[in-house]
Design a binder for this molecule. Structure first.
Ligand code: DP6
Length: 422
């Protein structure tokens, strides 16, 4: 290892990785340590402009230990999941040379060098929006760039998987499948891209971040309890998912929204049924989640074809997928009729992400929302009660691309002089 003045150099890499939402859920492990699932899962990657993690990794002979800061706060790297990711990436590190800075690191040097990691989410971590998926995918991707690891995305996905299962799917953009694999060592439990984000770019996504004070069961412990106690989980993994996976792959290939939406809703509902089938039962959805499902189901039923799909992860937030912007505008009119912004909340902090959809929905102001007529399908069937305050905010977004290296050093989260978070 050489550098201009042995102790002073710092080498860095910064990357940005998206989060993803599963349309066929991963729920249950057959191996807890390696994070191997009991079934395949399929996800769509969300636009990193609205939901992503940015991570800078830095290496220097002056660093005394591996350290990490998440959203500005130092966190411990002693957990097995971080250690597994760091070890697996270090194993694959290769020679690195930065001629401009006069730095040469040889393959074997990596075992003696420490890293500093700073990561930041562009959405609230507490919102329960798969921040660990974006975070671990980004950590692995950035480390791989820094350490000049061969660009084998399948292999990177299997390393990210050891940080958090769903993270393996965030290594790609577009539509992604995590193949459960068969090998006991997990070498074939990797993510593959089914289609790029441009394949079906009419789709529009609306996320309702539901207000909740309830402390939720983590996915990790929730799925452990389901594996131990739910008979439905075994039936789902062995019988239901294999045929659903084939059908939804076909729907994605053919842009068949009706089939895509039907399977997505059914799979979300079955995942939550397994949670109820767990002892003691786990409740991730709340009354607001159920209200959103009813609203969408009523609308779908009155039109006779599926207008939008919904899916819920291990929390009350709803992710709704519309076939195009027109349908998304009609969806927003319905959502904002029932869930208007609380008083004194301005629209720009209530609708985040791609706000241009508001124009299409004719909802540029709070007055516009107040003037909304009840959705036609609600007529005489349900009381038109409103639930201001039950949703914290909406995020309007679309399908997005996979991890990217950010070449501009100004975007780094670590100070290139002292090696600490900026
Ligand atoms: C409901 O990937 O968070 O979001 O592997 O234990 O870290 P660990 O779990 P995690 O579980 C995600 C569960 C889910 C469904 C999904 O994303 O497929």
């Amino acid at each position: 290892m050489t550098g201009e003045s042995e102790k002073s150099w710092i080498l860095m890499a910064t990357a940005r990785s998206p989060t993803n939402i599963a349309v066929i859920k991963y729920w249950g492990k057959r191996d807890e340590e390696l994070i191997l699932p009991v079934n395949d899962s399929i996800s769509v990657t969300l636009d990193p402009d609205h939901l992503s993690a940015t991570t800078t990794v830095a290496v220097s002979p002056s660093f005394e230990q591996d350290r990490m800061w998440l959203n500005g706060k130092e966190i411990s790297l002693s957990g097995g999941r971080y250690q597994n990711c760091l070890r697996e990436i270090r194993k694959r590190a290769r020679d690195v040379e930065d001629e401009k800075k006069g730095i040469r690191i040889q393959k074997d040097d990596w075992n003696n060098l420490h890293v500093h990691i700073a990561s930041y989410n562009n959405f609230p971590t507490a919102a329960g929006l798969a921040s660990s998926a974006a975070g671990f995918a980004c950590l692995v991707f950035a480390l791989a760039k820094l350490m000049n690891v061969k660009e084998e995305y399948g292999e990177l996905s299997s390393i990210a998987r050891q940080g958090s299962g769903s993270a393996c799917r965030s290594i790609y953009g577009g539509f992604v499948k995590w193949a459960m694999g068969n090998n006991p060592d997990g070498s074939d439990s990797i993510a593959i891209q089914l289609a790029e984000e441009t394949h079906w770019n009419d789709l529009f996504i609306v996320i309702a971040v539901v207000s909740s004070k309830q402390k939720e069961t983590s996915s990790t412990s929730g799925m452990r309890e389901s594996v131990q106690t739910s008979a439905l989980l075994k039936y789902r993994a062995e019988t239901v998912v294999p045929s659903r996976v084939l059908k939804i792959e076909e729907a994605i290939r053919d842009h068949d929204f009706a089939s895509f939406a039907r399977i997505t809703c059914a799979d979300s509902n079955q995942f939550h049924a397994i949670c109820l089938d767990t002892t003691p039962p786990i409740f991730y959805m709340n009354d607001t989640s159920h209200r959103i499902i009813s609203l969408v189901e009523r609308w779908n039923q009155s039109e006779g074809t599926l207008q939008v799909a919904y899916t819920f992860d291990a929390g009350p937030n709803a992710v709704m997928i519309a076939p195009n912007r027109q349908a998304a505008a009609l969806l927003l009119q319905r959502l904002l009729f029932y869930f208007p912004p609380p008083q004194d909340t301005d629209l720009t902090s209530y609708i985040l992400g791609d706000k241009s959809i508001l124009q299409e929905a004719g909802l540029q102001s709070v007055e516009g929302i107040e003037a909304l007529a009840p959705p036609p399908e609600s007529k005489d069937k349900v009381p038109r009660k409103k639930f201001a305050g039950d949703i914290s905010y909406f995020i309007c977004t679309r399908i997005g691309s996979g991890p990217k290296l950010l070449a501009d050093e100004n975007q780094a989260l670590i100070d290139p002089v002292n090696g600490l978070p900026k």
